[in-house]
Design a protein around this ligand. Structure first.
Ligand code: NAP
Length: 279
């Protein structure tokens, strides 16, 4: 029988731990303010931003909301980011992606001060992760590590295969598994003999962006499978990059979608904010 890795429960556990720590720091007069910027009113982004603000309120972190119109120019957005960089009352800055097409996303992310980059996307934080220095770590892969650890799944010495090499999931995921002493292979769209490689994995992390792509033929009997993908199917139901029903019986543990990796991203964002609080 396989274990279902319960991201909803684990993310709640993390938020409750953070809430307690933040309360203690608040008593000592230490606070944290997260500035959340959204440009335009993409409905999915509005839901994500709303959830982030709710999580801040739950944990005891202040949030400042900047809801800018779709027509906001790149210069106006960069000016706001620079002002927030220089505002000592603001501890973290988050720009909700995607941005409208007329704004260069990379330019904006590069402008956020690495010391306030709670999303962990700035090259300085990416570089720190790769050379083992402290810094903000991309939230979704950090959440995957917590799911594994808090489910009693050892990473050290395991064959870990990451399917996907994006800057926000696949690459930092590989670095984090390496930091935990896993033996890591990264696969992508040009990988040859993909199934041969994924079938070697003790821990398979799938972040490929293709609904139900991974079926049982990609998975070794007894492997741990982590599904980062999120999609809505034709009936508006959520599904992942893994075909859960056919894969789960062949695993020892697997994350569901929804209720697996998804809830962990916000919990780890809150953890990044907490780590950015004055000690
Ligand atoms: P992405 O930027 O589209 O990257 C997908 C990766 O998969 C790329 O590296 C691509 O290879 C690789 N790939 C695509 N087709 C492939 C194939 N047929 N065989 C092997 N590799 C293939 O996606 P992402 O941003 O990493 O996101 C991945 C999934 O996670 C999406 O479903 C996204 O919605 C979800 N997501 C969830 C969360 C969360 O909070 N749970 C957060 C972020 C993302 P190339 O590099 O060669 O093109």
């Amino acid at each position: 029988m396989y274990q279902i890795i319960d991201g909803k429960r684990i993310s709640q556990e993390i938020k409750d731990e953070l809430r307690e720590k933040v309360a203690v720091l608040k008593e000592q007069g230490k606070t944290f303010t997260l500035a959340v910027i959204q440009v335009g009113n993409d409905p999915a982004s509005s839901v994500y931003v709303g959830n982030k603000k709710k999580a801040c309120a739950y944990i005891g972190i202040e949030s400042l909301s900047y809801e800018l119109p779709q027509e906001t120019t790149e210069d106006e957005l960069l000016k706001l980011v620079r002002e927030l960089n220089n505002n000592s009352a603001v501890g973290g800055i988050l720009v909700q992606l995607p941005l409208p097409e007329h704004i260069d996303e990379e330019k904006v992310l590069l402008t956020i001060s690495p010391a306030k980059d709670v999303d962990g996307f700035h090259p300085e934080n990416v570089g720190n992760l790769s050379i083992g220095r402290p810094g903000f770590v991309s939230c979704t892969p950090a959440g995957v590590i917590q799911l594994l650890k808090r489910s009693g799944i050892e990473i050290e010495g395991k064959e870990c295969v990451v399917l996907g090499r994006s800057n926000i999931v696949g690459k930092p995921m590989a670095m984090l598994l390496l930091r935990e002493n896993g033996t890591v292979t990264v696969c992508h769209s040009r990988t040859k003999n993909l199934k041969e490689i994924t079938r070697r994995a003790d821990i398979l992390v799938v972040a490929i962006g293709k609904p139900k792509f991974v079926d049982a033929s990609y998975v070794k009997e007894g492997a741990v499978v982590i599904d980062v993908g999120i999609h809505r199917n034709e009936n508006n139901k959520l599904c992942g990059d893994v075909d859960f029903d056919s894969v789960a019986p062949h695993t020892s543990a697997i994350t569901p979608v929804p209720g697996g990796v998804g809830p962990m991203t916000i919990a780890m964002l809150m953890s990044n904010c907490m780590n950015g609080m004055p000690k």
